[in-house]
Design a protein around this ligand. Sequence first.
Ligand code: ADP
Ligand code: MG
Length: 422
Amino acid sequence: MSRGDHSEASLQFIRTLHDSQKNHRLILNPDYLDDEKLPEEERTAVLQEIFDRNIREEQLKRIICHLTPILDGDHPSSLLVFGPTGSGKTVSLIHVLSTFQQYCQTQSVEFQYKYVDLTSPRSSFGALNELAIALNDSIRIYRKGIPVNQMQERIIQEMNRFKGFLCLLIDEADNIKPNADEFITFLGKTLPRKVPCRLVLIMVTNKLNWDKMLDPRILSVLKKTNMLFEPYDALDLIEILKLRVEKALEKSKVDEGAIRKIAALASRETGDARKAVELLSKAAKAAQETKGRLTEEIVDLAEHRLEMDKTDEMIRALARQQKLALISCYDLLSKTSKRITTGEAYDRYTSLCDLEKVRPLTQRRFSDIIGSLDLYGLINGRLISRGRYGQTREISKSLPKESLTRILSTESAEGGAFRTVP
Ligand code: ADP
Ligand code: MG
């Protein structure tokens, strides 16, 4: 064979592979599957496109009715929006506010909104910092150590630049730990007296009873209106998913049954649209890696993978003692087909602690940890009464072997506590 023939064969090989990959290509526009990872501006653009099905019509209508007095120069009250996660609160509000802002421009009404992202837990100071960033995106640093009142002063200065109505969308306001009173007082009481613009507060929370935890005096200052976002049902989710499919995927390669399955899986739990879109995205990737067709079987596979990823995450987030307790249980369970008792697990745990040079907890604390692992679904612990000797737990496995072995092997590679006990 000459050199030329050989390279022709290789070229052909590349061509065939490329063609077959093209045939399997299912995802045409990944942005529509991953909108939460996009910067706010691009996300707004994506949302403009996917919001034409009016799934949240009732809620959109109510938010708009709340805002329309602004067009006549009247000042609406604060709004508190409740609803479980994935019920579309953030996307609906961003969508409405950006559209309303645009409409105000055509009516020569001065209205702007700013998105304050508290989706990860923040201290009161951290929340102020997020607010400062929202007002002026050239500020990016967390200025630890400057006094709170100086930070507040800075925010007031920034706000002096705004005229007309300024709407602050405080997303996941319940994330301010240990308590939000100081931040909310600043927003509801101090700011309106100090700044020239007219503030409209919209606070969003996943917790239904969040406002009950606030100081009642602050609540009376806010004069708020409440609004509820109900969870989506399976039909809503199907609509949401269909739109994503149209925008993101090669529609002819998606089975109707697969979409119904995803909607059913997500609505069975909490009607969480985030989970539905996440599952669609995972399934589409899995399909593209295999035959290039999104079927019900692929959805099952993706659901399984998603659950495994969540379990992995949970195990990684455990405290060291919890990990040691977990490994002791599974270490014993791998050697027997029977259930084990808390006492047996505790013995294994103390020898593992010896090996790892960690001081063991008392058996009582260890039992508490076993209780928490049971609660997380990482083990099954059945409580058994032993008459006057109190209670014990009979422990059995609840995780598939593959997920545990995988996690344990990566942990031990990092030099962690997961070397097998001799
Ligand atoms: P919440 O803020 O209530 O937790 P989000 O508004 O962040 O929920 O919605 C979660 C995800 O679900 C969004 O990123 C989006 O992908 C999807 N989603 C929710 N509602 C809709 C909708 N009406 N149309 C399209 N996608 C939606
Ligand atoms: Mg949200």
